[in-house]
Design a protein around this ligand. Sequence first.
Ligand SMILES: Nc1ncnc2c1ncn2[C@@H]1O[C@H](COP(=O)(O)OP(=O)(O)O)[C@@H](O)[C@H]1O
Ligand SMILES: [Mg+2]
Length: 382
Amino acid sequence: MVINENVERKIIPVAGGKGGVGKSFLSTSIALSLATVGKRVLLIDLDLGGSNIHTWLGMKNSNPGIGMFLNNKTTILSDLIVDTPYANLQFIPGDVMRFDLANITFAQKKKIMKAILNLDADYIIIDLGAGCNHNVIDFFLISNSGFMVITPETTSILNTYMFARNTVYRFLQRLFSNEKDIMKYLKNTIKDNVPGDPQNVESLLSGIAEFNKEAAEKAKNYLSILTPGIIINMAEEPDDINMVIALRGLIEKNLNIELECLGLIFFDSDVKKSLRERIPHLVENNDSVSASQIFRIAQKIALSENFPEMPYDKSEFESSFDITEVEAENDFELLKSKGFSNDDYDVEKLLDLVKKQRDMIAELQGTIKMLSSPGSGSGFSF
Ligand SMILES: Nc1ncnc2c1ncn2[C@@H]1O[C@H](COP(=O)(O)OP(=O)(O)O)[C@@H](O)[C@H]1O
Ligand SMILES: [Mg+2]
């Protein structure tokens, strides 16, 4: 595992447990923003099976990707690096429809990881797929401070909690992979965990301490270096951060790791439009509030002296979550003063609602027709 604090070249896997929360959009946008401030950035599309970074970059999907690297003994990963239309930003394509990250072999995973560690850039940003399977988590654990993208919805919050929980357990399993007693204990204890009863890492460590004090101490020390960064995406209002603050409390209390908050980005219907037009949102709508929120995150990353620790005035704010809260409130004022510049936002929502209602009515009518048809015996009529 790369400890980002200690190295010049930062490796940032981007995950989150759930699909559709904006991992690919944010991986691309943060990579692009870092590149515009002069950092050498390499973006890797590791959402094998669902690769779409080329689309976010507005590029054709015509270059060989990770699949070629896995299938071909003579290909080295750096051979696959392609230039993008943007200065300082290069990328390694995935392979659409050819692989599923959940199904690659252990040897293939090792091969990719080893090759990534040999790449050269100031920032290596890795877009991961959805899910909590071992392979996604192992790639997430390639460094100690990957990003988790969260949207303020219950499903995303739950998925992120499960992702963080599985990451911590996997981390412990890997740490003790050569110690039979501990592995057995972890296997039994974690398996016994019933859904809805969050397993507490503290009690897990106390269990280990009962038969191996040193190992428990070692686990505690190692866990203290794991600091995932949180990005809140598609927020509708500043208060949306409260769900994430509650999640932070739960993760820090139950899983013995600390989180860093990078920032919050508002929902902006222009994101989809720019994707359709294949021009990055940051380029097409660079004066939007959402673009400035992403630029700000990239700036914090670039200025962080002890990455992933976010740079802010510690005499004024208690944590990076507090500063994000204040930023979100200011951004919201700005959005309101712009009169929600993307004024088709409400119209789009309304159309969506009307369509949903129409579908529901059609379904209902179909059911009623079936029930009231001769022979159905229901005698139901509309
Ligand atoms: N801040 C945002 N505002 C509006 N739409 C967004 C935002 N972020 C992402 N989206 C939309 O959400 C969808 C999913 O984004 P994507 O990056 O592909 O998610 P993931 O990689 O997590 O599956 C895309 O259609 C994108 O346009
Ligand atoms: Mg994606």
